[in-house]
Structure formats: structure tokens, C-alpha cells
Ligand binder design. Sequence first.
Ligand SMILES: [Zn+2]
Ligand SMILES: [Zn+2]
Length: 270
Amino acid sequence: MPPIPDYASITTGIIDSHAHLLKEYFADEQFEMIERAFASNVRQIVNPGINATSLDELFEIADKYEHIYLGVGVHPHEANTWSQSVEDKLKSSLAHKKVVAVGECGLDFFYNHSTREEQIHALRRQIELSLEFGKPLIIHCRDAWADIDTIFSDYKGKLKGVFHCYTGDLNVLKNLAQFDFYISFSGIVTFPNAKPIQEAARHVDIERLLVETDCPYLAPQAVRGQRNEPSYVWYVAEKLAELRQTSIDQIAAACTANARTLFKLPELAR
Ligand SMILES: [Zn+2]
Ligand SMILES: [Zn+2]
């Protein structure tokens, strides 16, 4: 285990806005991993949904940990599992108070684990759920910005959410400014070859900025190749502070406030 950066003195703490915490990734270390996150001054965590079958475990985790919330959704890789019964299961879960978002959902034309048509259908259904339940969208988008643009334009001015694990460049970012969305950066922004993403990270409006790990994948450069976990979100914040020539305190304060606004998370006493 490499040492986790010590940012215990930062009064706002930080929020990992996107961390997959399922047992299948962490096995018998799941509890220790969550404890390490809170010990490292991560205050709240959003654990997004990926499919209907793992939903029960997401609720178990959220029941056990007051400061862990969940999203309910089907990942674009799993869009081929979409069915009426999946939609009904999502629907029956969405009103729960610890469910803070619909997602993650979206389009991934890089891996194409589900067909383009399956992905678009599942995304459109989840957009409808987001509108019906008044909960923001967690959007996963890889190599599909033009399609996101087309689909979103059918719902002009109505959608809210976050583009998680942002991998677009500055031009894409400028186009996304038309939407009421946040932009969340993961460990990818710390990779030396991620210059276009870093350029975008310099320009995101501070009031739209979020940080995440997207663990267990995409560990930041300092711990690259290892299993990622929420305590490593500090490495992402460090990089954003460096890129934007500001302090990590400011990045942490902004990202914490932004995550609470988007997901309607409670303020916490220190
Ligand atoms: Zn994703
Ligand atoms: Zn994810």
C-alpha cells in the first residue's frame, strides 16, 4: 500500500463523486478500503449503478454507511441487459432517499460491448427516468460526443447531471457549456499523455468542477497500475490544483460544494 496523501487539515474534506465499491472488486478488503477513504478525509462517496443485478448490494452498502450514496442505472457496456423488468426494478428503487442520481448511463463507442442501438435505447429510457424522478444523470461518454449532443438536444434545458470521467478536449468542453452539467475528472487527468484532457481541466468553470476516482479502475499516476480506491481521489485534486495554479484547499472546497449541490447531499459538521 503506498502512503495516501495527508490532507486531513483541509476543512471541507473532499467527495469522491464516482466510486464503484462492490465486493467483486475489493473482496474481503472492502471494509478496510471504505475506512481508509473516510480516514483520508473523504467525506461522502457516490457509488453509481452499473446494472440491475448489483443494485441490492449498492443498497446494502448505502444502508451500512451513512455517508455513501448510490446511483441507479445501467452502464452502456451493459445496455444489452435492458428490458422492461430491468426498467421496473430501477423505477422501484429510484425514490429511495439515498439514491442521488440516475446512472451511470450513457454511450461508449470505444469498447462497444453493447450495440450502438442498445446503448441509445437504454440511455433514452434512463433520461426519461431522470426527468420523472427529478434526479440528475451520471453520464458516461466515450467517443460519442456527437450522439450525446443529438440526444440531449431533444430535451433542451431540462437535463441536469455530470459528465463523469471526462475524456473530451477543450472543444468538446466548450460545446458542453450549453448543458446544465458538471464535469468530473478521474485519475486519467494525472496521466502524462493526457494533455488534451488537462487542457480542458484548466478551463472548466470552478462552479462546474467535480473529482472522482472511478475506482477500482484508472488509478492516478502516483499509484498507476494498482487497484484504485476512493482515498486516491486526493491525487486527482492535487493534479487539478497544479493545472489550475490554485491550492488544493480551493479545489477541495469547490468540488465538495459542487457535489453537494448536484446530488443534494447533506452538509456535514466537521
Ligand atoms: Zn463510466
Ligand atoms: Zn463508473
